[in-house]
Design a protein around this ligand. Structure first.
Ligand SMILES: C[S@@+](CC[C@H](N)C(=O)[O-])C[C@H]1O[C@@H](n2cnc3c(N)ncnc32)[C@H](O)[C@@H]1O
Length: 313
């Protein structure tokens, strides 16, 4: 049995039911995520673009102040909408580095390997297809230089707060003292603004979530009836956690290949994804607890989003 099947079966057999958000990104999921990034309610992209377009020189200066010889690693780059501005700025300053994007989507990595050298002439790129942390082991064999790790888009928020320290501790174990990490953190703000980003009027985020059920149908020969599941995001101002669910519209059972049936009660939910929102203090505390010193805070003009540059101690 493959890993996708095992993860899906385990998640849907659990109580409460869940699916892992890393499986959103098949070819269709990648394309729908691009639509999300372009939709007016999804402020995260514009905020981080504001940082990368207006402060790319400051970003380069901050990196060069701490490291002279390094490679750039990006965890889950998607289509590099934001990081491309930093890569261009580094190439324009004749900095010698190789860019290693690591993404679980085969489609993303083959597109980047093909298109990015045309978009940024002179860029050296070596895409790695797989899970971030697993591929960091492989990278040890390939690059011995210091590292600048990019983890943008507040993808860190797709982990619950209580698992965040553990993630950075594992990351640190793959890095050297002096290495830099730039993380995009979506900051706490007005609840209606946050909820709208995960429940846009056009229904793109709804399609994005339902696409994972479609992927299960297509890949595991399942028979989810997508019309019978409702997209339900929730945001808690207190915890800063925005959670997306798919709720069953009626009592129903879903066949997963030849293996068996999953039963749903009316209203029963599948937990799909968390998008954690942070205070600046929380991000500083994470750095402190996991072996980093905070080097610089880069904010967008509305101060809705923070790109935090940390250095391994
Ligand atoms: C929400 S998108 C963010 C893209 C980009 N960082 C941005 O800020 O626009 C998440 C990206 O991470 C990739 N991804 C998700 N989980 C992953 C994992 N566990 N390992 C490697 N890549 C992953 C997805 O394929 C997708 O390209």
């Amino acid at each position: 049995m493959n890993e996708f099947f095992e993860d899906v079966w385990r998640g849907l057999s659990a109580s409460p039911k869940y699916l892992q958000s890393k499986y959103f990104y098949d070819e269709a999921g990648d394309a729908i995520f691009k639509e999300i990034m372009d939709c007016p309610e999804y402020y995260l992209t514009n905020c981080e673009l504001d940082v990368f377009t207006n402060q790319s020189d400051q970003l380069v200066n901050a990196i060069l102040k701490h490291l002279t010889e390094f490679d750039i690693i990006e965890l889950g780059p998607g289509d590099c909408t934001k990081s491309v501005f930093l890569l261009e700025a580094l190439v324009n300053r004749n900095v010698d580095f190789t860019y290693y994007p690591i993404d679980i989507s085969t489609n993303i990595i083959s597109q980047l390997n093909e298109k990015l050298p045309l978009q940024v002439p002179g860029l050296k790129i070596h895409g790695l297809n797989g899970d971030y942390l697993g591929m960091l082991d492989e990278l040890k064999e390939i690059s011995t230089r210091n590292k600048v790790v990019l983890f943008l888009g507040s993808s860190i928020g797709n982990r619950p707060l209580e698992e965040t320290d553990e993630f950075y501790k594992v990351l640190v174990s793959h890095l050297l003292p002096g290495d830099l990490v730039l993380t995009g953190f979506d900051l706490k703000k007005d609840a209606a603004t946050i909820l709208a980003a995960y429940n846009d009027k056009e229904g793109i985020t709804r399609r994005f979530n339902l696409n994972l059920l479609q992927r299960i149908n297509d890949t595991l020969d399942a028979d989810f009836d997508l019309k019978q599941f409702e997209h339900k995001p929730e945001y808690s101002e207190q915890t800063g956690a925005c959670r997306s669910y798919l709720a069953s519209r009626k009592p129903q059972r879903v066949r997963i290949g030849e293996v068996g049936w999953i039963h749903f009660m009316e209203g029963e939910q599948i937990f799909m994804e968390i998008s954690q929102k942070y205070t600046v203090q929380q991000t500083d505390d994470i750095a402190q607890a996991t072996g980093f010193a905070v080097v610089h805070h880069f904010y967008d003009s509305k101060e809705w989003f923070l790109d935090a540059l940390w250095q391994c101690r």
